[in-house]
Design a protein around this ligand. Structure first.
Ligand code: SF4
Length: 474
């Protein structure tokens, strides 16, 4: 299939005009890699189990770590299934199911807390899912109380909850604010009825806009809305309508998520007919329109399709060179003191990544035996750590000075990454990066294809590619 070369000119955040075409997207843009995590989850091993995790925490004297901790709490339940979903979710049939889960979560909080010195400081708390707002006020308060009894929530910390505006009958924004949450993340996707039908997510415009308004009135520090492009039945005009409505209500952050169709990996996506998906040109046009409108409206492109108002803490952190990127995306906090709680949750502590059991019954059984429900994990090698920091620098700041890497790691950048620098020359010719003797800079076009730029530094993909290219003896 031949893709026509489609090009658009639009304003980037520094008001320079630049061009990008669908040919470039076709060559560099198709990737299921997600560098919030490196190495990717396929490289976790079951040999890294609860015992290995506990031994590692004890050895590294985690209780005395210099940085305060982050806590991720996973609530896996949803009322209905969105067909684009890539998460590990369970359809909640009754409140009893949720109560049983929360009881086990409380056990896990206690088990994890025992590794840290008394009342360890917590600067970041994140309730994600699934649908955390399926919990009622009492359930949420109880779990927060359990956390407070075991950890010391810092006054100026960041406490985030993912809110499904369709599932707020048992909670209010004001109640969430009073519980201590100061950031909300709300999924919107697209207001169009046909798009919503095809993704099995009915969510009226009024419900969404009222929820955003309520959050603004309740005084949340950060309100992030998430739109999704590349969905079935989506057109430029339909998405433009959604975009205009959202821009008008002016949330602090707008995340443009790209729908990636991988039905062989994500079961819910098998309900989406690939013929209903917009073609490559439409997807690109939607993206470019969104970028253009958002920058005109005063939003700054942080990177990875996240936009924020000019005085947002992420914009300030980026300007000051202290922006971080990790499992929750961009943040002002580093991601490497993150404890994960709940079924399938992923933790990142020092040089270790771990994942809890993805099977609910096994998750329960382990906790009932007072065993941490770690299913798999990986201890990062020195090479993994170097590559992770290179990718994070590119994703956060679009520029990487070789010297900055050499300051932290005992390597000669140009020798260590000789093969990668050669590979990047193709990206340079395509206008995605610029290279010189001291640094790599990602261009505005390259920022839209950042995953692809990061792939160059992904050792595991490189090994796979080399293996595939080897002659097979039969
Ligand atoms: S997208 Fe979110 S709300 Fe929808 S099924 Fe997946 S986890 Fe649940």
């Amino acid at each position: 299939m031949r893709f026509p070369v489609y090009s658009l000119r639009f304003l980037d955040s520094s008001t320079n005009l630049f061009r990008i075409d669908s040919d470039l997207i076709r060559r560099f843009g198709v990737s299921d890699a997600d560098y919030r995590l490196y190495p990717q989850i396929d490289f976790f091993t079951e040999a890294f189990n609860a015992q290995a995790y506990s031994a590692w925490l004890k050895n590294c004297k985690a209780g005395h770590s210099r940085r305060p901790l982050s806590l991720y709490v996973h609530i896996p339940f949803c009322r209905s299934l969105c067909f684009y979903c890539q998460f590990n979710q369970i359809l909640a049939e009754s409140n009893d199911t949720i109560t049983t889960y929360l009881n086990h979560l409380s056990r896990e909080i206690k088990l994890q807390a025992q590794f840290f010195k008394e009342n360890p400081k917590l600067e970041q708390l994140y309730f994600g899912g699934g649908t955390p707002t399926l919990l009622n006020e009492t359930q949420l308060k109880n779990i927060l109380q359990e956390i407070q009894q075991n950890f010391n929530l810092m006054k100026d910390g960041e406490f985030t909850i993912e809110v499904d505006s369709r599932q707020m009958s048992r909670l209010s924004m004001q109640a969430l604010r009073e519980m201590g949450f100061n950031c909300v993340i709300m999924g919107v996707q697209d207001f169009d009825h046909d798009v919503q039908q095809s993704i099995h997510r009915a969510q009226t415009e009024d419900v969404t806009l009222n929820a955003i308004c309520d959050a603004q009135q309740a005084g949340f520090k950060t309100i992030r809305t998430e739109l999704m492009y590349g969905l079935p039945a989506q057109t430029v005009k339909k998405f433009e309508y959604t975009l205009e409505k959202i821009i008008k209500i002016h949330p602090d952050q707008i995340n443009l998520l790209n729908y990636n169709h991988f039905p062989e990996r994500f079961k819910p996506q098998r309900n989406i007919n690939s013929e209903d998906l917009p073609d490559a040109d439409t997807v690109l046009e939607v993206l470019l329109l969104a970028i253009s409108r958002l920058t005109e409206a005063g939003y700054k492109h942080i990177g990875m399709n996240l936009f924020a108002v000019r005085d947002d803490q992420l914009v300030i952190a980026q300007r000051q060179g202290r922006l971080c990127y990790g499992l929750q995306g961009y943040s002002v906090y580093p991601d490497n003191y993150r404890i994960a709680l709940g079924m399938s949750a992923i933790g990142s502590f020092g040089s270790v990544l771990s994942q809890n059991d993805c099977d609910l019954q096994r998750y329960y059984e382990k906790l009932e035996h007072n065993v941490l429900p770690i299913m798999r994990g990986v201890e990062l090698s020195a090479d993994d750590l170097i590559r992770r920091s290179v990718m994070q620098a590119l994703i956060c700041h679009s520029i990487l000075s070789f010297e900055s890497v050499e300051t932290y790691f005992p390597i000669e950048f140009k020798d260590y990454f000789a093969a990668e620098l050669v590979e990047l020359m193709v990206y340079e010719q395509a206008g995605l990066v610029t290279l010189d003797d001291q640094e790599i800079a990602v261009t505005p076009q390259g920022q839209l294809l950042m995953n692809s730029v990061c792939r160059v530094f992904d050792k595991y993909l490189r090994i796979n590619r080399q293996r595939k290219n080897k002659p097979v003896l039969i």
